[in-house]
Design a protein. Structure first.
Length: 319
């Protein structure tokens, strides 16, 4: 059986680091919300005590979640990311703001969509529905308090309409969010499947970007090339856009071991072609360059007095 860390390519420490980064993103969203409420205070939309209470609640909750993640206590829960708990906290805090928002209550509730964006990227459909229901019920309870305590300051028809619209939006968002989340889960499973093959095969796999920089090297690189894959990804396959192989990255096409074995009974010669090794790189490939390279190979053989040989090439060198 292949260990989980070998398949996913991440350890518990790596996963915790990812959770901390996600948490910091959520914290930035909280800071933005605090700034908006502060602006509301300046514009006389909110009273100052609303800003103070909201700030204390979100900062206190943020510190609590951060401590749980940093100390590893979150690993004891079914969802170590604590996504549902964080979203529930954000919804409760938002309801407090909505209760005190007055005429801008409908605009304030747009913040629900930002909160649910974090849910979409982490939770599945069966986890999103309870949060959507909680949000809708919590907003309904908020309106109930307003009807009971501040009936003379609200328009019941408008508030009920906004509540119904919120329910429709949450339903649509949960359907679409669940679909996106399920698609991400399928992509993740496919990634794990292919990564498991890449990480466990005995053949070296190097993937280069459009500029020739090696972006991925599997563990077999260590056995085949004798180099740490993490170091390999700092190198380049090609010297320039014309794909001239660099001499200092001979390991990209390794023949050292084969030459060592064949050299026990045969004469092995590995010349550098023009544009490689110590010669300056070609700025462009000349017309008929394959024929030119063939003639170049014959010239090397003539110079070394080789009249008969078995040729061995790789990639363009095999043409």
């Amino acid at each position: 059986m292949i260990p989980a860390t070998a398949i996913t390519g991440t350890t518990t420490q790596d996963q915790q680091a990812i959770r901390v980064r996600r948490f910091l993103m959520a914290s930035v969203t909280y800071l933005l919300a605090i700034a908006m409420v502060a602006m509301g205070v300046v514009l006389d939309i909110f009273e100052s005590h609303v800003l103070v209470i909201y700030t204390v609640v979100v900062i206190g909750a943020s510190v609590l979640f951060y401590v749980l993640i940093r100390t590893g206590v979150n690993l004891r829960f079914a969802d170590p990311s604590l996504t549902a708990a964080q979203i529930t906290t954000a919804i409760v805090a938002l309801m407090y703001i909505a209760y005190n928002a007055g005429a801008v209550r409908g605009i304030v509730m747009l913040w629900v969509l930002m909160i649910f964006m974090f849910a979409v990227f982490r939770l599945r459909s069966h986890q999103l529905w309870p949060l959507a229901a909680l949000t809708w019920i919590a907003y309904g309870m908020t309106l109930g308090l307003l009807f009971r305590l501040q009936a003379d300051t609200i328009n019941p028809a408008v508030e009920i309409f906004q509540w119904l619209v919120l329910g429709a939006v949450l339903t649509w968002f949960t359907f679409m969010g669940g679909y996106v989340s399920n698609m991400r889960a399928k992509l993740r499973r496919n990634e794990i499947f292919y990564r498991s093959m890449w990480e466990t095969v005995h053949d070296a796999i190097l993937i280069a970007g459009s500029k020739g920089k090696i972006e991925y090297a599997n563990p077999a690189v260590s056995a085949v090339f004798g180099r740490d894959p993490r170091i390999q990804t700092k190198d380049y396959f090609f010297h320039n856009a014309n794909s001239m192989l660099r001499r200092d990255l001979w390991e990209a096409y390794p023949f050292d071991r084969q030459m060592e074995v064949l050299g026990e009974g045969l004469r092995v010669v590995a010349p550098d072609r023009v544009g490689h090794g110590g010669s300056p790189p070609l700025r462009s490939l000349p017309d008929g360059y394959h024929r030119m390279y063939a003639q170049e190979c014959l010239s090397v053989m003539d110079t070394l007095g080789i009249h008969r040989a078995a040729l061995w090439g790789h990639s363009d060198g095999a043409v």
